[in-house]
Design a binder for this molecule. Structure first.
Ligand SMILES: NC(=O)c1ccc[n+]([C@@H]2O[C@H](COP(=O)([O-])OP(=O)(O)OC[C@H]3O[C@@H](n4cnc5c(N)ncnc54)[C@H](O)[C@@H]3O)[C@@H](O)[C@H]2O)c1
Length: 320
């Protein structure tokens, strides 16, 4: 495979001020990339997430990657070799603005694929989501699982994946997909309506409020610690063939009830838990097969859920 190495390359990370993107920035900087450029419109991203990266020479543009002209000027300004696309608007946002949540997931990737087709850069790693699969039709869910989205957010992710695969077939592009399951860890948003369940629960307990479980609590997710996820993304980077997709998951599932219980245990919370109505279109169960991941890169890190939660609790405490 004639793919540039992350070492000694100029790497663009779109959505790089966000939760996963900023960890990826740190990881790729540690790998020894020559230069890192970040484009993020700060919709949910935060400049603080880039504190280390910017002090180590990364360059940050606050701009909208849905606008083709923006990515055009970035490509003209820098000699980019590799692009990672982490830009998205949170799943919850699709309940407020279904059309734009869908379009962000499609347009940013379309703009990048058009530039790649014109040879503006060599390799594209696109971050999809387990949400594209919808609720599991069988378990563990492998990469052949049908795409059956239940939200416009997920429909945008599924559409983007199909678009990437068709561009690869039509124009021989060096582009591929990583498909994370639920990430958690430091820098995940704990504020407002777009917050993730884990940091939101931690924040509620710190504020003296009761944590909430929406729906039966038996809905399951395959939770992966964010630093493990970005480590895996860099491990598969040189190995996964163009056009292919690989799950970033643990092959374990935890119910939302288990998750809240672990947080309660780690934080030594003695109060009550509120039961709330089910969220509409919530996927029922997710457990991602790691078979393909293992066949590509062998061993990979697996932070225990309790250790990952403890690190996340410490980070939320330091951030409030
Ligand atoms: N967090 C998870 O559990 C999870 C699970 C599966 C897949 N993913 C995928 O991983 C990627 C990163 O997710 P995340 O959890 O870090 O989300 P995030 O919201 O923290 O990060 C997304 C970033 O994209 C930026 N952004 C949004 N619209 C933009 C635009 N038009 N132009 C430029 N920047 C824009 C946001 O400001 C934010 O910084 C996404 O593709 C997401 O679908 C995340």
């Amino acid at each position: 495979m004639n793919r540039p190495s992350l070492v000694n390359s100029t790497v663009l990370i779109v959505g790089g001020a966000g939760f996963i993107g900023s960890h990826l920035v740190d990881r790729i900087q540690a790998e020894g990339a020559t230069r890192i450029i970040i484009v993020d419109n700060l919709f949910t991203g935060k400049k603080e997430n880039l504190y280390h990266a910017l002090s180590n020479g990364a360059v940050f543009h606050v701009d909208n990657a849905e606008d083709q002209e923006v990515l055009n000027y970035i490509m003209e300004k820098y000699d980019i070799d590799i692009v990672f696309n982490c830009a998205t608007k949170a799943l919850n946002y699709s309940f407020y603005n279904p059309s734009n949540a869908f379009l962000t997931n499609v347009l940013v990737l379309k703009n990048l694929l058009e530039l790649q087709r014109k040879q503006a850069f060599q390799t594209l790693c696109h971050f999809s989501s387990s949400e594209a699969y919808g609720s599991s039709q069988y378990q563990p869910m492998d990469e052949q699982h049908p795409l059956a989205p239940t939200t416009t957010y997920a429909a945008g992710k599924a559409s983007a994946d199909l678009m990437l695969q068709s561009y690869v077939k039509m124009f021989d592009l060096d582009a591929f997909i990583v498909r994370p399951f639920n990430n958690y860890g430091p820098r995940q948003n704990f504020e407002g309506d777009l917050a993730g369940v884990i940091p939101l629960t931690i924040k509620k307990i710190l504020d003296g409020d009761a944590p909430e479980i929406h729906g039966p609590g038996q809905q399951t997710r395959d939770f992966i610690y964010v630093e493990d996820a970005v480590d895996i993304a860099t491990k598969v980077f040189p190995l996964i063939p163009a056009g292919e997709c690989v799950n970033i998951s643990t092959d374990q599932q935890l119910s939302i009830e288990n998750v809240v219980e672990t947080i309660i245990d780690v934080m030594n919370y003695k109060g009550k838990v509120l039961r709330m109505p089910n969220r509409k279109a919530d996927v029922i169960s997710h457990r991602g097969s790691v078979k393909k991941l293992q066949s590509i890169c062998g061993q990979y890190p697996k932070t225990s859920f309790k250790d990952g939660i403890a690190a996340t609790v410490n980070w939320v405490k330091d951030s409030v």
